[in-house]
Ligand binder design. Structure first.
Ligand code: SF4
Length: 435
């Protein structure tokens, strides 16, 4: 993991919603700092966007509440029509998370949204190109002290007068890159657009450069991060259904963030946006960029040694943990003892299944052996008890690893193949048939 790229932070929200810092760490003497003192990069935030109509106030508010409860730090709403911006004051009054207005084509929607009190505006240089209109939006945001995201998408069209010359110039810079021409257009568009902001002494800017192609996303943000010290909003646009969109988003965003690039993310699926929030958070947890809330579940993929219905058990354990565990304990659900204990190392609570049974450990101590039907309830009870002990200070997360002495394969859990293998190997290693 590379350290985070320093950027000029922006601040989204107000006293009522709380303020989310995006980016940070720019040196106070950097030409873009403009009055920003020393800061450190804020934790990467997770954004999403409502799927319903903004003018349908009750449904919009309910959706925002649902997304906030799932962990969204910022929620964006579309405002294509006047009736959408008219709904904003009521929506803002009823919600507790910073709200961003997504503006395309009609600069007046941006002015109306700012007037309504939104916490940030997203502008697309590809479809709001009139300089005077952009200036009006900048001035309105400046007066209210709210930031603007400049979202250059793959489809944005270059409008600058010297566009061909500049694109050619940049094209030469990127000529050795697969996406050189696309990058040259994006960079040129950003330069042109940001100049309008700088000329009006406006620096509270975030940048996005999304594409539906994960490799373009990686290349574009990598180049942008070298040239602009503004926080970057990462995303793969039109990523598709959750199943494939997840892979495309995670590979692009994960690669960038592992390289220190990216300050806020939005994963986008053709599905309920709650999955965008859940998967975005999980990605940040996996990279160690956010502190996990709730349990982390480790589970084996199962194989021919399995003797319980592990897939159902894992699903049920996951649901129960999500509902009842709020401390970031590690919980392992392993199909057998062959590789189980080794792979569950670091788990606070673990169950190793055997022949229609499960043996449960808490921080290295065996606490129970139960029948398959009782595994879920007993495991959850142990997790809840451990949670209470952590909260009271009696136990500490990750304090004792699962360096347990594995159960005897010939004993209460072992059977069949494992017994034979263990006999051959003198019972010693648990990695007799690794995977
Ligand atoms: S050998 Fe590994 S994958 Fe197979 S059941 Fe045991 S723990 Fe699971």
């Amino acid at each position: 993991m590379n350290p985070r790229n320093p950027t000029r932070p922006i601040f989204v929200g107000d006293q009522r919603t709380g303020i989310v810092q995006i980016g940070g760490g720019i040196a106070p003497d950097h030409p873009l700092a403009h009055g920003i003192g020393p800061t450190t990069a804020a934790p990467v935030s997770v954004q999403t966007m409502t799927a319903g109509y903004t003018h349908d106030i009750d449904k919009c508010v309910a959706e925002i509440h649902k997304l906030t409860a799932a962990g969204a730090d910022i929620v964006r709403v579309a405002v294509p029509e006047r009736k959408d911006t008219e709904a904003l004051p009521e929506i803002l009054a009823q919600t507790t998370v910073p709200i961003v207005a997504d503006v395309h084509f009609h600069f007046k929607r941006a002015l109306e949204a700012v007037e309504a009190g939104v916490h940030k505006i997203r502008l697309n240089p590809g479809n709001i190109t009139d300089r005077a209109q952009v200036e009006q939006v900048i001035d309105a945001c400046k007066e209210r002290g709210i930031p603007i995201r400049v979202g250059v998408n793959e489809g944005s069209i270059i409008e600058r007068k010297d566009k061909q010359a500049r694109a050619k110039e940049l094209g030469a810079v990127f000529s050795d890159q697969k996406h050189g021409y696309m990058l040259s257009i994006m960079i040129a568009k950003l330069e042109e657009y940001l100049d309008i902001f700088y000329e009006r002494d406006f620096y509270d800017i975030a940048i996005s450069a999304k594409s539906m192609d994960a490799t373009v996303v990686i290349d574009a943000y990598t180049e942008i991060s070298k040239r602009f010290a503004h926080p970057l909003h990462l995303g793969v646009t039109h990523a598709g259904p959750k199943e494939t969109g997840c892979i495309r988003s995670v590979v692009a965003l994960g690669t960038l963030m592992a390289n220190g690039i990216g300050d806020t993310i939005r994963i986008s699926y053709a599905n309920d946006p709650i999955y965008e929030v859940e998967d975005g958070l999980e990605l940040l947890y996996s990279l160690g960029l956010r502190e996990r809330i709730g349990a982390e579940l480790i589970a084996c993929p199962t194989c021919g040694r399995i003797q319980v219905d592990l897939f159902s058990l894992v699903q049920e354990v996951n649901e129960k943990l999500e509902a009842e565990i709020l401390v970031p304990m590690k919980v392992a659900v392993m199909g057998c003892v062959v590789n189980g204990p080794g792979e569950a190392e670091g788990a606070d609570v673990a169950v190793f299944a055997g022949d229609r049974k499960g043996i449960i450990y808490v921080q290295g101590q065996k606490v129970a052996t139960v029948g398959e039907d009782e595994i879920l309830d007993r495991l959850l009870a142990e997790c809840k008890d451990f949670q209470e002990r952590v909260r009271s200070g009696e136990a500490k997360l990750g304090e004792k690893k699962v360096d347990i002495v594995p159960p005897d394969p010939e004993g209460e859990l072992g059977s069949g193949w494992e017994k034979m293998a263990a006999q051959r190997m003198g019972h010693t290693p648990l990695t007799i048939e690794g995977h």
